[in-house]
Design a protein around this ligand. Structure first.
Ligand SMILES: NC(=O)C1=CN([C@@H]2O[C@H](COP(=O)(O)OP(=O)(O)OC[C@H]3O[C@@H](n4cnc5c(N)ncnc54)[C@H](OP(=O)(O)O)[C@@H]3O)[C@@H](O)[C@H]2O)C=CC1
Ligand SMILES: Nc1nc2c(ncn2[C@@H]2O[C@H](COP(=O)(O)O)[C@@H](O)[C@H]2O)c(=O)[nH]1
Length: 317
């Protein structure tokens, strides 16, 4: 089997049927809602915070809040819903997370979206957590991950997950491949393609997006939604510190399994880096939307569905 990644393939243009790119509709339905574009900022503490979550929800973008301030989550759900906004949070799989699900239930709070966020999502304990959440909070749309194989997608879906997140190790701040020898780094797009063959429910492609065109490629190979860290970490609204070096501005970006996140050098599979400062996130999201509209026109359609059927070539083969 040929394994390929984003840079190894190109999509083949098909006859255009729109008069203007502005006619193309890049919106996507994910769970109970429709969002402007199939892009979600990574649920990392260096990418999303409450202020940004509010702005994204108010502007019809999907977001997933990170899980690294566990005591804040219940209040976060309540504050979002009191403002008439949807709540979308992350949980882990440690024992105390069961208590958190119980607290949500006792408070009468059901977040519209919950994401189980662990490095190795093909796990007995993720299956247990899926079953527990679906039993206690059946109204939530539950995403589980991260996984790398069709078997994992099947198991998590069968356990009750409404969507699965694909990508082990392709992230910019990731050192999983180097530290463990495992993952989808370098063949993330092929992994997505294989997972899509098994999936009955939506997939989120997570990690490795380096250009806006990679979003369209992710859709082609089976993603409903695309999770983006590094490319969305350098904005005015991004939580990382602003740092000036040699006359240039940067924001700090760190992995969720980095020493800085964990506060200790234990099971570290992530690193930190500086990302060039890019100004307001609104501009980057608008450019992503315009580029997706262009992609749809090259695909010969009017919406994201057109991208799912275009031909592609694997360069060098
Ligand atoms: N998408 C990706 O490629 C990766 C993402 N991450 C991100 O880093 C953050 C930290 O996640 P995570 O490392 O799961 O940490 P957690 O602290 O949430 O660990 C999850 C639980 O699973 C256990 N576990 C058993 N085997 C593994 C394994 N191989 N990898 C991870 N946990 C395992 C852990 O126990 P114990 O700690 O005792 O082993 C722990 O109880 C998450 O946000 C995750 O998304 C991290 C690495 C890769
Ligand atoms: N192996 C690790 N992966 C991590 C870590 N922190 C986050 N992540 C994953 O990366 C993506 C974002 O990828 P990017 O290429 O868009 O920057 C994120 O959603 C996680 O799945 C980590 O410490 N180690």
């Amino acid at each position: 089997m040929v394994a390929f990644d984003y840079d190894d393939i190109q999509l083949v243009p098909a006859k255009c049927i729109v008069k203007s790119r502005s006619e193309a509709d890049p919106s996507v339905e994910f769970g109970p809602r429709r969002f402007r574009i199939p892009v979600v900022p990574a649920n990392m503490q260096s990418v999303i915070n409450e202020n940004l979550a509010v702005w994204l929800a108010q502007n019809d973008y999907f977001y997933v809040m990170h899980r690294f301030q566990p005591q804040e989550r219940l209040g976060f759900v309540r504050r979002m819903q009191e403002k008439g906004l949807y709540a979308s949070i992350s949980v882990g799989i440690k024992d105390e997370e069961y208590g958190f699900i119980d607290e949500l239930k006792a408070a009468g709070l059901t977040p519209e979206y919950i994401t189980i966020d662990v490095a190795h999502g093909h796990s007995v304990y993720v299956v247990k957590m899926i079953e527990y959440i679906k039993k206690q909070l059946p109204g939530t749309f539950l995403t589980a991950g991260n996984v790398a194989t069709p078997e994992a997608v099947r198991e998590l879906e069968n356990a009750g997950a409404d969507a699965t997140k694909v990508g082990v190790g392709p992230g910019k701040a990731c050192i999983t491949k180097l530290k463990t020898g495992f993952g989808t780094a370098g063949w993330q797009l092929s992994a997505l393609r294989l997972c899509k063959k098994a999936a009955q429910k939506p997939l989120i492609a997570d990690g490795g997006i380096r250009q806006n065109g990679d979003i369209a490629k992710s859709i082609r190979f089976g993603a409903t939604m695309v999770m983006v860290g590094w490319m969305l970490a350098g904005h005015r609204e991004s939580p990382g510190n602003l740092i000036s070096l040699d006359g240039k501005d940067y924001k700090q970006y760190w992995g969720s399994a980095s020493e800085i996140q964990k506060g200790a050098y234990r099971n570290v599979e992530g690193t930190q880096m500086l990302v060039p400062y890019r100004g307001p996130i609104e501009n980057t999201l608008r450019e992503m939307k315009e580029d997706l509209q262009s992609s749809i026109s090259y695909a010969g359609g009017r919406d994201l569905d057109a991208l799912r059927h275009v031909d592609y070539v694997i360069l060098g083969h």
